[in-house]
Design a protein around this ligand. Structure first.
Ligand SMILES: [Zn+2]
Length: 196
């Protein structure tokens, strides 16, 4: 589906406060190239096809760190369990399965950025209770956030500008990409291809 000039936001984690963030030039470019660019990239062009995929993280709220090789010719269940725990709802301690597709997006960004530093995690899984609490505090939290399905993560890479991380993520054409310059992070998810 080609992106429209005004992307749709249903199901996103953070409805945009400034939906017209993109310049007219970029919107025009997306309109011209959208139909082709949004086609699924060949598997070979996707670093997620790598036989061995590793990631490292620092959690900005818990201070915990994680290094994992989550894929070795197949997803490694024990490593995914470590990821699930690491990305738990840190407010309630609830653990939820994290979509491995989220990890593949991060791995691709790591590869394309040439940056081997750990991802700084702002938010992973959010329980319905936590999401409801955050919604009461902020207008920027969606009722049906993909964080509640383990399909979303908020991150930054401290060694590259977060704007650059957003550009790399948009170029992937995989899932949703939200840019939050004030809080300095990018939201990534495995939902529909869209941006805000
Ligand atoms: Zn998010």
């Amino acid at each position: 589906m080609a992106p429209s000039a005004r992307p749709r936001y249903s199901g996103v984690s953070h409805p945009p406060s400034r939906p017209e963030r993109f310049s007219a030039g970029r919107r025009a470019f997306l309109r011209r190239s959208g139909a082709v660019a949004l086609a699924v990239a060949p598997v070979a062009a996707w670093a997620g096809a790598a036989a061995c995929r590793s990631l490292s993280f620092v959690h900005t709220h818990t201070g915990e760190t994680l290094d994992c090789v989550y894929y070795r010719g197949g997803y490694a269940p024990g490593q995914l369990a470590r990821v699930n725990h690491f990305l738990r709802d840190f407010r309630t301690g609830e653990v939820h399965r994290i979509d491995p597709g989220v990890l593949d997006i991060l791995f691709e960004l790591k590869t394309r950025s040439g940056c081997d530093a750990p991802f700084h995690v702002i938010s992973g899984y959010r329980s319905p209770r936590t999401n409801a609490m955050l919604r009461r505090r902020s207008t920027g939290v969606a009722a049906h956030s993909l964080h509640m399905r383990g399909q979303a993560i908020d991150v930054r890479l401290p060694t590259i500008p977060t704007k650059r991380l957003q550009e790399l993520a948009l170029a992937l054409r995989r899932g949703g990409v939200g840019y939050y310059p004030k809080s300095d992070f990018v939201h990534l998810d495995t939902g529909r291809v869209r941006f805000w």
